[in-house]
Design a protein around this ligand. Structure first.
Ligand code: IVH
Length: 686
């Protein structure tokens, strides 16, 4: 076999085509017919050859390259797939009171007096996946990823016995089905025993084992692990399949899915506490880990009306079991400096196992918290972990306090840059005043810039960012896009190589085009999280417009500032943070430099919003009688409209309920279109 360097381009292209076909045939034989036609060694050799030729001729990498598919070479990674309907998360309740509040909020939103019926399901501690079926046949399976886009793990999911390859009976032309992949406690223990015997790394808990097993680039490894699936939710569906969630679960069973047998229909929310207690008592004896119970409003029509707030449904909640606790020694208190300069105290602990996870650090939040709990270095402390939440220090065991202990004194200078650390009156957080000159702030900003909800650059995680900053390769965000120019230098670094350096360059190039909302979020401006970044992107539409309006909004009382403050969800405090950011010329210079390097895509109005209300600015005033104000707002937003609190020349529509006052008058004066509640319903199509 000729070395890749000796191949002509035409030869290389021909060989890549042949290898793609051969590897695909071997994959099919292996996964679909369960009858491998070639030995593992021969298969690996094909993949290696393919990877070597691709490395020599990167421009010849085929769209159907085996390296890009699941089961591909380790450096290939998984293909990304967009979920038709996003995969969201759940709000948490930690007790009966939280749950009662959740029910009350939902009822208030709907304007209902009567109790709601729920379906209760154990909350499985695994990883959520989405399965797409077309005409009843499984065509794709993906991980949750960032909720909008996951990884294509179809080949791996096909190896799981409880994932039906074909649905029984009739099914919609296209449907996304969601569920949790998990490993039983017994299978987890057996796997770790086998790993240990083979000198391989051990998994910390069944959830990590399930995730690690599913995200194998070689599906044959997944096939060797015992994974299971419980189906529990619907994504997109081309046809309505049920009127209630309970009915939907029955359809899932009929199609051939496993539905958790402990799931119950609760006629009213009053039944939840008893159910919660029952599952809590059964928890230790279950074959798999659960960390709470999910309660879902049963009526799918009500679910639709309730919709979402941020990334969480208003129609479901996870009622978690009480946190697991442990005690350990607090060895030191370290001060971390965040991207906005906030000083956060972090307890350095003697390692201790809390509910299956080894904990070495815990947040102490801020100086008041330390003072309130009188936490001191050398204390024995009670720790707790609730679900995924960062461990917290609950209290100090005073009987074990050393006699010579002294109260902790919070620093008033930044431990990194030495600048004064100030605490504005009324705030709990002390902040470093070093701004862009503080190395810690600069570093954290960059880490944030490449994080998952921001630029999400594969291969450029926080460790690598810190490594590159230390090496002088990165200073500010714009330097990231110069990283590909240093590919050779990076390849030569310890732990790197040509392939990983090239993959990083590719990953960076792939992110030169970015959505406006992600871009805004990436800047790491205080109080501009994902949700606010989306609001801003939708409101201003394009980078240029946003930038210009923000510059104009620096002036207090300007039209631009008033417009910014009146975006629902933004308000004056957040407007001030933005103004502060834009008042700094160096920030604008960075923005403009990034804009030259990138293609920042205009915000798109959500797909559903093509109707008459898309892009319109609406004000509700007075009392609506057929829906509550929050429901009306949520509905308007779902239809692509912007809801504002005050009437101005720019308002397109004022919906006037009963007993409307000054806003209706102002609308009439300004000649803004006015609609009655009935007219509004007609416009919204409900
Ligand atoms: S429903 C929009 N049902 O919990 C709501 N989730 O905290 C979609 N989970 O990402 C989720 N068991 O991984 C739902 N019976 C269940 C669940 C469940 C476990 C997980 C799932 C989800 C997470 C949210």
């Amino acid at each position: 076999m000729r070395p890749p360097a000796d191949l002509s381009e035409a030869d290389a292209a021909a060989e890549l085509a042949r290898l793609a076909a051969e590897i695909a045939a071997a994959d099919r034989a292996y996964h679909e017919h369960d009858a491998p036609e070639i030995t593992d060694a021969a298969y690996d050799a094909l993949r290696r050859r393919n990877a070597e030729i691709e490395a020599r001729f990167p421009h010849l990498v085929r769209a159907d390259s085996p390296g890009r598919r699941v089961g591909g070479a380790p450096s290939g990674g998984f293909a990304k797939v967009a979920h038709i309907v996003p995969m969201l998360s759940l709000g948490n309740a930690f007790g009966a009171e939280d749950f009662a509040e959740f029910c009350e909020r939902a009822r208030r939103f709907l304007g209902l007096k009567e109790a709601l019926a729920f379906v209760a399901e154990p909350k499985i501690d695994g990883l959520s996946i989405s399965l797409t079926y077309e005409d009843g046949v499984l065509v794709r399976g993906a991980t949750r990823g960032d909720g909008a886009e996951g990884e294509d793990v179809t080949a791996n999911l096909r190896t799981i016995a409880s994932v039906p390859a074909r649905l029984h009976g009739s099914a919609p032309a296209r449907i996304e089905i969601r569920g949790e992949v998990f490993m039983t406690k017994a299978d987890f223990l057996a796997l770790n025993e086998a790993q240990e015997a083979a000198g391989q790394k051990l998994f910390a808990n069944p959830r990590n084992a399930a995730a690690g097993s599913l995200r194998q680039l070689d599906a044959r490894i997944t096939a060797g692990r015992r994974l299971s699936l419980f189906a529990y939710a619907m994504g997109h569906s081309s046809a309505r399949v049920a009127e209630t969630h309970w009915e939907y679960l029955a359809r899932l069973s009929a199609w051939g899915f496993q539905v958790n047998p402990l799931s119950r229909h609760l006629a009213s929310e009053a039944e939840a506490a008893a159910f919660q207690a029952g599952i809590g008592a059964a928890r230790a004896g279950l074959a798999y880990d659960i960390d709470g119970v999910v309660y879902k409003v049963d009526d799918l029509g009500l679910q639709e009306r309730l919709g979402y707030v941020g990334r969480e449904p208003r129609w479901a909640i996870a009622w978690k079991f009480p946190a697991e606790q442990a005690t350990t020694l607090l060895q030191d208190i370290a001060i971390q400096v965040g991207r906005t300069g906030a000083l956060t105290p972090v307890a350095q602990l003697q390692p201790v196992n809390v509910g299956g996870v080894l904990v070495t650090r815990a947040t102490l939040h801020n100086e008041d918290e330390i003072a309130r709990k009188d936490v001191r270095v050398g204390d024995t402390v009670v720790l707790q972990r609730a679900g995924d939440v960062i461990p917290q220090i609950v209290s100090v065991v005073l009987e074990k306090r050393p006699p010579d202990s002294v109260a902790y004194v919070f620093p008033d200078t930044c431990p990194v840059c030495g600048s004064a650390a100030l605490r504005p009156p009324g705030e709990v957080v002390r902040r470093c005043t070093g701004g862009l000159t503080c190395a810690a702030q600069a570093e954290e900003r960059l880490v944030h810039f490449v994080s998952r909800a921001a630029f999400d650059i594969e291969g450029l995680g926080d460790k690598t960012v810190r490594e590159f900053i230390a090496a002088g390769l990165l200073r500010g965000p714009a330097d990231i896009f110069a990283v590909p120019d240093h590919e050779q230098e990076i390849a030569a670094r310890e732990g790197w190589g040509e392939t990983s350096a090239r993959n990083l360059s590719r990953a960076i190039e792939a992110r030169r085009t970015i959505a406006l909302s992600r871009f805004i979020y990436a800047l790491g401006i205080r109080r501009i999280g994902e949700a606010n970044a989306k609001l801003l992107a939708r409101h201003y539409g394009s980078f240029g417009n946003w930038r210009d309006q923000m510059k104009a909004a620096v002036a207090i009382g300007s039209d631009a500032r008033i417009d910014l403050s009146s975006i629902v969800g933004i308000g004056p405090a957040i407007a001030e943070e933005l103004a502060e950011f834009f008042a700094e010329p160096r920030n604008i210079a960075t923005l403009d430099e990034l804009n030259r390097l990138l293609t920042i895509e205009d915000a798109v109005v959500p797909a559903a919003a093509e109707g008459v209300l898309a892009g319109k600015s609406i004000v509700f005033t007075g009392t609506l009688t057929t829906m509550t104000r929050p429901e009306a707002k949520a509905l308007a937003e779902r239809l692509g409209a912007k809801v504002s609190d005050s009437v101005s020349k720019r308002t397109d529509l004022v919906v006037v309920g009963e007993d409307a006052g000054s806003k209706a008058k102002k609308a009439a004066e300004l000649g803004v279109r006015i609609a009655t509640e009935a007219q509004w319903r007609a416009l919204a199509g409900v």
